[in-house]
Design a protein around this ligand. Structure first.
Ligand code: AMP
Ligand code: ZN
Ligand code: FE
Ligand code: FE
Length: 279
């Protein structure tokens, strides 16, 4: 059976509630669903209650952004809500977001695109507030025509309304994840911005010795040859070939749960491999 190991709900910047995601996963015939909202485990309780009723496996998780030139995201699977080494750091990461979001709103005002922080928070529906919510408000106000345009023109790294926020280093985050009983997976590796194979090799050796377990090779946005390329890379460096859709509902148009842009298949054996590799 198929699974999805990377998804977002209203607990961060997805448009669907945790229970709705579980229902969609059931309708698709998935055997397991990981909820990996940015910097939070807030949606897990609701998702788990629905999953228990529906008889589907809910994997608690989160996705965190790390301090790395070009950007690095880490999906942490099997991270239980409650106190713990990584769990305790999530609140601090959320506070860092609040300052960053206020800075972005200020920069947008400087460029004649006023909006209030309250409007952004209302758009977020109460969970972790992220740039996609700001992008959605920009769209509603007619400043941009799409979420993608908001990022390409204003919100993306190095663009005029980009603001930095404090992040964990890769080693810190991977160590904290392992100490918390979580299984760290390097998300969508193309966003690292690494083109040279020896640089990628050095990085994977470094992350693997820090405790990295998996590499997200089966990813919605990848063509078949890219999935195969990243899968080969994972195997060469002793990492499990993981996968996920990175579903965000209406914030990522046309990208569907479980199947991505239609051709994504993540076999459930991946879960056993990840757990076995993490020991
Ligand atoms: P944040 O966590 O607030 O920094 O925002 C990161 C979120 O923005 C992630 O969910 C990404 O999927 C989304 N994102 C980043 N770059 C883009 C882009 N170019 N177009 C659309 N969404 C993006
Ligand atoms: Zn997101
Ligand atoms: Fe990501
Ligand atoms: Fe994601």
């Amino acid at each position: 059976m198929a699974v999805d190991l990377h998804t977002h709900s209203t607990a961060s910047d997805g448009s669907e509630t945790p229970s709705a995601l579980v229902e969609m996963a059931v309708d698709l015939g998935l055997s397991a669903l990981a909820l990996t909202d940015h910097d939070t485990l807030q949606g897990i309780e609701e998702a788990r209650a629905s999953a228990d009723r529906a008889g589907i496996d809910l994997i608690p998780g989160t996705e965190i952004s790390l301090d790395f030139l070009g950007g690095m995201h880490l999906v942490v699977l099997w991270l239980e809500p409650g106190p713990g080494p990584l769990q305790d750091r999530l609140t601090g990461l959320q506070l860092g977001r609040e300052g960053r979001n206020a800075a972005i709103v200020g920069l947008l005002a400087d460029h004649d695109m006023p909006m209030s922080l309250e409007e952004v928070i209302a758009e977020s529906g109460g969970g972790t507030v992220g740039r996609p919510h700001i992008a959605a408000v920009m769209m509603q106000k007619g400043y941009v025509g799409s979420i993608a345009e908001a990022f390409d023109m204003w919100l993306g790294a190095g663009k005029p309304a980009y603001a930095h926020r404090p992040r964990l280093t890769p080693e810190e985050a991977i160590g904290l994840a392992r100490d918390s009983g979580g299984v760290p997976v390097l998300a969508h590796p193309h966003t690292l911005g690494i083109n040279r194979s020896h640089e990628m090799a050095d990085l994977l050796v470094r992350l693997r010795s820090a405790g990295l377990v998996g590499l997200e090779a089966t990813y919605s946005a990848y063509q078949r040859h890219e999935r195969e390329g990243y899968a080969d890379l994972a195997r060469r460096f002793g990492l499990v070939v993981s996968g996920g859709s990175d579903y965000h509902g209406s914030y990522k148009p046309n990208l569907e749960l479980g199947i991505g842009y239609g051709d994504l298949v993540i076999p459930d054996e991946v879960m056993e491999e990840l757990r076995a590799a993490a020991g």
